[in-house]
Design a protein around this ligand. Structure first.
Ligand SMILES: Cc1ncc(COP(=O)(O)O)c(C=O)c1O
Length: 429
């Protein structure tokens, strides 16, 4: 019998709060003050400086900043300019922000299954390609890079675009190559991720044509801001939103860029410390990282062998929270809907009024997301739980998180006695 859980009246493992996710201080205040004093708060020199610095850090030609990661992924889709009803292949285990731009562009997300890296399984991506496929979105979930060699090979063979969603994966590396430098055009979020200005995003590309269109797309397709349409008569040249970042946010991104390597090193160290501390528990399996890859651990994700437990992953995470250890289910911040295709905006359908658009555009029958299945992803998600990795996590914090996992695990583990499998202490309800 394990110790009494906090949720049942026992003493919690941890009562002290954990530290911050970022260190904002005098440097950031000074940078912001400088912009405010200048009187020019819009898109200006700080935006350009940040775009150049971020591009240089990735060894890519072009960066365009935008207002969020959602805007970044929309801009990537806007840059490739697909037709309504075109299909874009994506993982079901991600933020809605990965595909909101796909939907706003009247395209149809097609879900391919994931493997134990929690990222796209290239074999299933291949199986999902049709004549209407225009792109693959490779989401590096939690900071773990996708199999970019396999995805690139598939994209090239079918002459479709490969987009990276790097929103959770700043400075992660696939076989020595930094994420954001491998896809045709790639998106980042600066809303509470490794590099944060409390919001913001960017796209990155080496492809001149895609970059030009992305730049114009992020600014209402107007001929200004040094873009390729500069000098043409003032007009909106195609349908595009205003996603421009301003110098206030760019100035914070510039100061934070100096700190981001330190944040990432601490996140990786904390994640490794937690994984090592519970590595003897065979019912718990961390997200698999390919040999030679660098996971930049925005999140530490694990699965629980629920066949051997008297709880599901959500109950496990709830119990941890009550122990004072902040934990989430399979996806930080998500509800219990599970894979993205079960969310209302797809399964409703609750996309455009009461219509089935764009899921019926040019199709005999509308695509029904209630029938979509990605068995491996669903199995992993049912078993998944996760922790947000913070640069402030020290040895003591790591020890508390590991102690919390052990305590909750000890409580819910099913025990096998004299050949009879019993519930042990894991009493539900
Ligand atoms: C994988 C992924 N893509 C896109 C987004 C959207 O980013 P934002 O919240 O900055 O709009 C997020 C946000 O968490 C994300 O995790």
């Amino acid at each position: 019998m394990g110790e009494q859980l906090a949720m049942n009246g026992g003493a919690p493992v941890r009562t002290l709060p954990f530290g911050p996710s970022h260190y904002f201080g005098d440097e950031d205040i000074e940078a912001l003050s400088e912009v405010i004093r200048s009187g020019a708060l819009g898109k200006g020199p700080k935006v350009r400086q940040f775009e150049e610095a971020f591009a240089a850090r990735h060894g890519v030609e072009h960066v365009v900043t935008v207002t969020s990661g959602t805007a970044a992924m929309h801009t990537c889709v806007g840059a490739i300019n697909p037709d309504p009803g075109d299909e874009i292949i994506v993982t079901p285990w991600t933020s809605g922000g990965s595909i909101i731009g796909t939907l706003l562009h009247n395209c149809v997300p097609i879900f391919a299954d994931v493997d134990d890296t929690y990222t796209l399984d290239p074999a299933d991506v291949e199986a999902k390609i049709t004549p209407r496929t225009r792109a693959i979105i490779a989401v590096h979930l939690f900071g773990n890079p996708c199999d970019m060699t396999a995805l690139r090979e598939i994209a090239d063979r079918h002459q479709i675009f490969l987009l990276e969603d790097c929103c959770q994966a700043h400075f992660a590396e696939y076989q020595g190559k930094v994420v954001g430098s491998m896809g045709d055009i790639n998106g980042f979020s600066f809303g509470g991720k490794h590099l944060s200005a409390g919001g913001g995003g960017a796209i990155m590309s080496d492809n001149e044509t895609l970059w030009e269109r992305a730049l114009i797309f992020s600014d209402c397709a107007l001929p200004r801001n040094g873009g390729p349409f500069e000098g043409r008569p003032y007009a909106n040249y195609f349908l595009a939103p205003n996603y421009k970042l301003n110098d206030l946010m760019a100035s914070v991104l510039l100061t934070q860029l100096k700190k981001v390597d330190g944040y990432i090193a601490k996140k990786i160290e904390a994640a490794q410390g937690i994984m090592e501390s519970v590595s003897d528990i065979e019912e718990i399996t961390p997200q698999r990282v390919r040999e030679g890859d660098r996971h930049s651990h925005w999140v530490l994700g694990m699965t629980l062998d629920t066949d051997k437990m008297a709880c599901d992953a959500w109950e496990f995470a709830d119990a941890l929270n009550q122990e004072g250890i902040p934990a989430g289910g399979p996806y930080i911040g998500s509800g219990k809907e599970g894979p993205l295709y079960r969310n209302e905006f797809l399964a409703g359908p609750n996309c455009y009024g009461r219509s089935h658009f764009p899921f019926d555009y040019g199709r005999e029958k509308p695509l029904d997301y209630r029938l979509v299945e990605c068995p491996n992803g669903e199995r992993l998600m049912r078993r998944g739980f996760s922790f947000s990795m913070q640069p402030s996590l020290d040895e003591e914090d790591v020890a508390d998180i590991a102690a919390g996992i052990r305590k909750v695990f000890g409580h819910y583990r099913k025990r096998v006695t004299a050949g009879v499998r019993g519930q042990g202490s894991g009493v539900r309800g």
